[in-house]
Design a protein around this ligand. Structure first.
Ligand SMILES: [Fe+2]
Length: 398
């Protein structure tokens, strides 16, 4: 590439990145608009962070990884915020432990918004100078990181409001079921063979999608539709939660200990199933894809139905032939590094790699996933008992 073309390319890449950055920062704040100030503070369980912590943490990410390193004139907004808003980066320094995020009455929500705007302006000033490729790459990760937190914000807000006895709506117009299932009972047939797995296109991806490699699969048939609430209710009514033989040992202990008898947010009122949604409490829509189930429940349902969950490879190979994106789909795959996986250098190597133990992969995306954030090779991952994300399942015929 000639120097001139490279300069023009860098110039336009900067304009795009600036717009992408600004739009992402605004979107996060837009998600919080319906909240009352008290909603920003609470942390009902360890997995759910207070909204104000998300606002501060996504800001700290840009401050720590870009401003402090690449802007010699940058002065931190507050010397202690790195301690308050670092999430899990051991190599960056000490931090407030995760369980204590909800104990922080300070900084106030107002102060955190001021912090956000201070950092947003400082990053834009850096971008208006001559941005290096290194800064552009860090900025891109920071933007995608914030998009991940946009999804967490929505699911954490849902948990906060959905566990309040008043069950307040987040936004009455919010539709969690944009696509209903008119059950086709169709399956996609995939021939046995060797297929390439992993990210191979232009454009952003996380390090855990890299390491393009080949995988052999036997022929299989994967459902075109997700499992619906109607089907899931049949499992409940057949006493699926009481049939020991359907469950893993850990799962059985988990449902006994926590008295689990239905998906998260389900309430039986006057003998009818309801579910708390971001639009408030609603009757269960039988044609909607089931959501807020753990891997444990997805597996037990598959056992009960006489089928199985797909592996993440089977999902990726077949995904072009079905619609996806409303529910994160549990797979049977453990979250492991691909062959030739390389962690990013430095602190950002902590982003994905250190979590590759004891978790299951989910594929697809959900109605809470920001637009253009997910892709066919995206690997989400959670512990098998967790269900506060918009999770669901798709079956493979046995
Ligand atoms: Fe984060």
């Amino acid at each position: 590439m000639s120097v001139y073309i490279k300069l023009v390319y860098t110039f336009f890449m900067n304009i795009d990145l600036q717009a992408f950055f600004k739009e992402t920062r605004l979107k996060t704040e837009k998600i919080c608009e319906p909240l009352a100030v008290e909603d920003y503070v609470v942390q009902p369980i360890v997995d759910v962070s207070p909204p104000k912590w998300h606002l501060g943490h996504t800001t700290w990410f840009f401050e720590e990884f870009i401003l402090v390193k690449y802007d010699e004139n940058y002065k931190r907004f507050h010397e202690e915020y790195a301690f308050v808003f670092n999430s899990y980066y051991e190599s960056v320094g000490k931090r407030v432990i995760r369980t204590n995020r909800g104990n922080l009455s300070r900084p106030t929500v107002d102060e955190i918004y001021r912090y956000r705007h201070y950092v947003t302006e400082a990053v834009l000033r850096v971008l208006q100078k001559n941005t290096t490729e290194e800064i552009a790459q860090l900025l891109e990760i920071g933007i995608h990181h914030e998009k991940q937190h946009q999804e967490l914000l929505l699911t954490d807000i849902k948990y906060i409001l959905g566990n309040n006895p008043l069950l307040p709506a987040y936004k009455t117009s919010f539709n969690e079921n944009p696509k209903l299932i008119s059950k086709t009972n169709d399956y996609v047939n995939v021939e046995e063979g060797i297929y390439e797995i992993g990210h191979r296109e232009e454009g952003f991806c996380y390090d855990n999608e890299l390491g393009l490699h080949k995988v052999y699969v036997d022929s299989y048939q994967i459902a075109k539709d997700l499992v619906s609430n109607k089907e899931y209710i049949a499992f409940i009514e057949d006493k699926g939660y009481q049939q020991t033989l359907l469950w893993h040992a850990e799962a059985w202990d988990w449902i006994q200990k926590n008295k689990i008898e239905s998906p998260l947010y389900w309430h039986k009122i006057d003998d009818e199933w309801h579910q708390y949604t971001l639009a408030g409490l609603q009757k269960i829509n039988l044609q909607a894809p089931v959501t807020h189930i753990s891997y444990f429940e997805a597996f037990a349902f598959a056992e009960w139905s006489g089928n199985r969950l797909p592996t993440e490879f089977e999902w990726e190979i077949a995904q072009e032939k079905f619609e996806w994106g409303d529910r994160w789909e549990w797979t049977e795959s453990a979250y492991l590094p691909y062959p030739n996986y390389k962690k990013a250098p430095g602190a950002l190597g902590e982003y994905n790699g250190k979590f590759m133990v004891n978790q299951k992969v989910l594929r697809g995306g959900s109605i809470a996933t920001p637009s253009n954030h997910t892709r066919p090779t995206y690997r989400n991952f959670f512990h098998p008992q967790l269900r506060w994300q918009f999770t669901g399942l798709r079956l493979v015929k046995v």
